[in-house]
Design a protein around this ligand. Sequence first.
Ligand code: ATP
Ligand code: MG
Length: 334
Amino acid sequence: MSKEVVLSGIRPTGFLHLGNYFGAMRNYVRMQDDYNCYFFVANWHSLTTHPDTKELKTAVCRVVAENIACGVDTNKAVFYVQSDVPEIAELYLYLNMLAYKGELEKTTTFKDKVRTQPNNVNAGLLTYPVLQAADILIHRAVKVPVGKDQEQNMEMARNFAQRFNHRYGNVFPEPSGFNYGEQLVKIMSLDGNGKMSKSENQLATLYLADDDDAIRKKIMKAKTDEGPSESNSQKPDYIENLFTLMNLVSAADTVKKFDDDFNNSSKGNCEIRYGNFKKQLAEDMVAFIKPIREKAADLQSNEDMLNKIIKEGADKARASASETIKLVRKAVLG
Ligand code: ATP
Ligand code: MG
């Protein structure tokens, strides 16, 4: 039986962070043995919010290096740069004719960007979900490892696939967001405001390129409170987020200890010491990020190797994309 096709992308809009790792890259590494994986650097998508391209090529190389440093193996997964696959742009054109202004204007990501960049509400921003659908459908992918922020866009990709199939005949399977039997993940920023992000909330986001001191400082400044007022109470979301991070980087018995301390705490009897909790998290986080940071830095200095990886990825991605675009042209144009 042929393996299911997986697709996911990351924009080269800055340094990768723990949200990218936890929402996306961790699954890339887990999925690459069992699925037919396509992962890409979404450099066209970055133009919707980052029109200045002076740093773009460097950022593309950094995303490639950081993915490899996190364990993506380009002998197992196809890893490519979006703009190397022009078939995606052609599919985007066909899908744009099936996407309606009203539904695009209603998407949360679009409304957010209208708020954050009122002077650059470009058509690319509006049709972002259409390009994203083209990214997925060009390989006829069914599983898309993404974070929770992409849930709505995933639904739109399914709608576009259905609409296409309905009008022109069955070409596309329906894709959905994926995270190993669990909910999609959202890592909040350390100040509790919004998600960790490459382009926003930078002082409260933990980057895979942060040095040890920056990691410690950011974690020690993370939002906490005076502790729970009853035993076994529900954790506020910013505390839950710190536990989520600890689950990612600390030993299971360490997490259990602090979790027990939290549950045994009540007003006037606070067993969890947030200072100690954050210190422990900071040290475990340093141990987790340091090898990734060092490996990524190493890889980035090897430009020839990165270019070779990018070229090989482009060839493999185009082979798959050109098969799909042939089917699409035949279905639409006859
Ligand atoms: P930008 O701010 O430039 O949009 P970003 O951090 O949102 O950057 P993207 O390139 O848009 O990163 O997304 C790459 C992947 O990382 C997507 O799968 C997205 O769902 C996931 N992701 C991004 N931020 C988080 C987060 N805080 N928690 C979980 N997953 C996330
Ligand atoms: Mg984003």
